[in-house]
Design a protein around this ligand. Structure first.
Ligand SMILES: [Zn+2]
Length: 443
């Protein structure tokens, strides 16, 4: 007996970068994994059956870089440059956060992600245990990195991060993976980065870090250390463990070679980067160099939503615009960034990110019966350029149904909305304290 059968969906797979549609196929799920994908109705019994005629089954979307609990800060710092964004708004406000705030903010963000077909998020934040709790309860898959800042408390941050990884890596029936999260080379000294790198090697886990977000960070790094943030991270030994580098909007050819040689993956967050005007990673060039690239949202204080269909669409348009060539970043390549390539960037290739037998049953079902999606001449184009987050009907993670007919099954939606809204108003008071100073080494 199967645990679950999704019946008669149009199933999206990929042959290399070419999207392939399996029309009216059924997906059978057993023990959290895809046991069978068959072109007819599977006759064996199942505990649960989801009729999906007319719906598109896609691999659950993967958000490769987020600060999920920053949902509480949605819209607090608009139309300001990154220095003011950090120093005048975000860091003074984040000092107000308690672990309970982070928990409710994470629930708000997770609710939004599930409703948008996201099944896995790579989160980088402090009070990360609260995020882990929210992930465990809601059934999402997550890749969690406790943020480590340099400064007087850095030893404590590092010790807490190490304890978190030891406790949570592999937790929640294997849905949670835990890596270390040094914030960046501009907030951590090379010495601290080296200590984090040594702990990652000892624990056998990877590192999730912000790298080369702005041109100013690169200039600053060259002035201080005589090399780029990418080279600083390499020299500290960060890349000796699997590494996920967020942003990398400003990488020179030497940086790209270093990243490729060490197998460093990049999480590009196009909406945040465009909105702050800081530059977007040259994704096509990074991919051409063999670098695994995934897409992220970053926090909702800069991205304002956790809609990965939107992120994928923006990135595709941006690459076509950058190259002045409509052939750049075709449908399949773009869609893989948010699915299988994203999984690979998180070290979860072969675990999730594709609808194939043996992989985790992380699936989103989308309706295509609204004016904005009809007619469906090209299912991949409908998905990338026409579909909206609201078209997601059903979301399944590790074989468990988290949303059905747009109703969240593991989250008390009304309570989360009420509690998050209540907490948010207190948080926007800007305290005199701050998490850090941007750029950290000025003055
Ligand atoms: Zn970030």
């Amino acid at each position: 007996m199967y645990d679950l059968i999704v019946r008669d969906a149009d199933v999206l797979q990929f042959d290399g970068d070419t999207p392939v549609l399996l029309p009216r196929h059924s997906i059978a799920v057993s023990q959290g994994r895809i046991a069978r994908i068959a072109p007819q109705t599977i006759q064996e019994p199942a505990r649960e059956t989801i009729p999906a005629r007319g719906m598109l089954a896609i691999p659950g979307l993967i958000n490769c870089h987020a600060h999920t609990a920053m949902s509480l800060f949605r819209g607090v710092a608009e139309d300001v440059p990154i220095e003011a964004w950090f120093n005048d708004y975000i860091w003074p406000m984040e000092t107000n956060l308690t672990a309970e705030d982070v928990y409710w903010g994470a629930l708000l963000g997770i609710a939004e992600m599930i409703e948008a077909g996201v099944t896995c998020v790579a989160d980088h934040y402090f009070s990360i245990e609260a995020v882990a709790r929210a992930v465990e309860e809601t059934g999402l898959r997550a890749h969690l990195a406790p943020t480590i800042f340099g400064g007087p408390d850095e030893e404590e941050h590092l010790a807490q991060a190490v304890a978190f990884v030891a406790r949570w890596n592999g937790a929640a029936e294997g849905r949670i993976s835990a890596w270390l999260g040094p914030h960046s080379p501009y907030t951590c000294t090379p010495d601290l980065l080296a200590r984090v790198a040594a702990e990652a090697r000892r624990l056998g886990v990877g590192i999730h870090i912000h790298l080369s977000e702005t041109a100013a960070q690169v200039t600053e790094s060259r002035a201080l250390y005589g090399e780029t943030p990418v080279a600083v991270a390499r020299d500290a030994g960060i890349f000796e463990s699997p590494t996920l580098a967020a942003h990398v909007a400003h990488a020179d050819p030497d940086d790209v070679a270093i990243l490729a040689a060490h197998g460093v993956a990049v999480a590009c967050t196009p909406k945040t980067e465009m909105k702050l005007g800081i530059g977007v990673a040259p994704v096509t060039a990074l991919r051409a160099a063999g670098i695994a690239v995934g897409l992220g949202s970053d926090g909702a204080a800069s991205n304002n939503d956790y809609d990965m269909l939107e992120a994928t669409r923006l990135l595709s348009l941006l690459e076509k615009h950058r190259h002045g060539d409509a052939r750049v970043m075709p449908l399949g390549e773009a869609l893989r960034l948010a699915t299988s390539d994203g999984a690979r960037a998180l070290g979860l290739g072969g675990v999730t990110g594709e609808l194939r037998e043996g992989l985790a049953a992380d699936i989103a079902l989308l309706r295509r019966d609204a004016p904005h999606t009809l007619p469906v001449h090209n299912p991949a184009a409908t998905l990338l350029y026409s579909a909206r987050a609201d078209d997601v009907d059903t979301v399944i993670v590790a074989g468990r149904v988290l949303m059905r007919r747009r109703r969240l099954l593991t989250i008390d939606r009304r309570r989360v909305l009420r509690e998050a809204t209540r907490r948010a108003s207190r948080l926007i008071r800007r305290s005199p304290g701050r998490m850090a100073l941007y750029p950290a080494h000025h003055g």
